[in-house]
Design a binder for this molecule. Structure first.
Ligand code: FAD
Length: 310
């Protein structure tokens, strides 16, 4: 079944109730949708998490979402939203955004849909003088006319993950530490800090070791790190041809998130990813993603942890 992705409608930084209608529309196009919330403050995503019927909610946190800018918004959402059928509201701003995202992904756009039946989308044309019905054959961006589809009920509790591109490292680190510690059971906390080829050199693993020492964690590695550097032993490799791990907290630093790596760690209870590339696949699986270089993020993480532990 095609994955569907709802782009939440936001007004002044808050998720608009019409987002619940998008969830209903998305469900009739495929599976339970992933809801992407463009925001500057991840707490905005909690409203979306309360709508029944989404598979999960991704708070796409970026300063770009402070004011509408079609190119900036399209690029930031494109980086975070999984492939599939994207569903947005047919408001003037979101129709503009839909067209931009469709152009970036080189997929079709169908605007102002008022009916969905068996994969066929109906929308008015010629100022409403006629209706057209189109069938989708692949990924597309679809905008839905407000007040046509029934709103998904509230009372849900979907899981929220955050991809943070704000560049405000101190806030990002504090936020993920707060979320992680509220979810982890300290009595059985087992933690792994893993490095990939993005660490640049085996010498840089010393930064991961410092954090691991503070947290009482183990240090892991991707296969690319193990294969590239003799100093990183195979015993540290996590993944399909390495170890399968199942910690409460897995911190992946400079790891792209290849399927073979995910095979060894995706069942971790809480996944944090630090990667400079917002398009890195690891962010699709992270509970908290920080888009930054490790050079920027790890010193802040180190100092935040030391002050928490002292
Ligand atoms: C049969 C088979 C089995 C495999 N088994 C495994 C396995 O068990 N485990 C495993 O891990 N892989 C395995 N692989 C390899 C896997 O396909 C990937 O090649 C590997 O996981 C990539 O490792 P990586 O993410 O560290 O490196 P890369 O793919 O090179 O990614 C490096 C990442 O670091 C980021 N980066 C670069 N610089 C910085 C910086 N300064 N700060 C932050 N981020 C930065 C980049 O954006 C990039 O996303 C296997 C492959 C095959 C074919």
């Amino acid at each position: 079944m095609t994955e569907t992705v709802v782009i939440a409608e936001t007004v002044k930084g808050t998720v608009h109730p019409s987002t619940a209608e998008l969830i209903t529309a998305a469900q009739s196009l495929g599976s339970q949708p992933v809801v992407v919330v463009p925001c500057t403050d991840a707490s905005a995503a909690e409203i979306a998490a309360g709508f029944v019927g989404s598979a999960r909610v991704v708070a796409a946190k970026s300063s770009v979402f402070e004011h509408y800018d079609a190119a900036g918004w399209a690029s930031a959402i494109d980086a975070v939203a999984p492939a599939g059928i994207l569903v947005a509201s047919a408001t003037p701003q979101s129709k503009d955004l839909a067209a931009r995202i469709a152009a970036r992904r080189e997929i079709s756009v169908v605007q102002d849909v008022t009916q969905i039946e068996g994969g066929n989308l109906t929308s008015p044309i010629y100022s409403g003088k006629a209706m057209q019905t189109v069938a989708l054959s692949g990924d597309a961006v679809v905008t839905i006319r407000p007040n046509v589809f029934e709103a998904a009920p509230t009372g849900g509790n979907s899981e929220v993950s955050i991809v943070d591109t704000t560049g405000n490292m101190a806030t990002a680190v504090q936020e993920f530490m707060a979320r992680a510690s509220s979810r982890l059971d300290v009595a059985e906390a087992n933690i792994i800090v893993s490095g990939g080829r993005g660490m640049g050199s085996p010498d840089n693993f010393v930064h991961l070791e410092k954090i691991a020492d503070t947290l009482g964690a183990a240090v892991g590695a991707s296969r690319a790190a193990v294969d590239t550097w003799d100093e990183i032993p195979h015993s540290m490799q996590v993944g399909q041809t390495g170890k399968t791990v199942n910690p409460n907290l897995y911190i992946a630093v400079g790891i792209s998130g290849a399927i073979q790596h995910l095979a060894g760690m995706r069942s971790s209870k809480y996944i944090v990813a630090i990667n400079k590339d917002a398009d890195a696949p690891i962010f699709q699986h992270a509970d908290y993603g920080i888009v930054a270089t490790w050079e920027e993020a790890l010193p802040v993480l180190e100092s935040t942890l030391s002050s928490m532990m002292n």
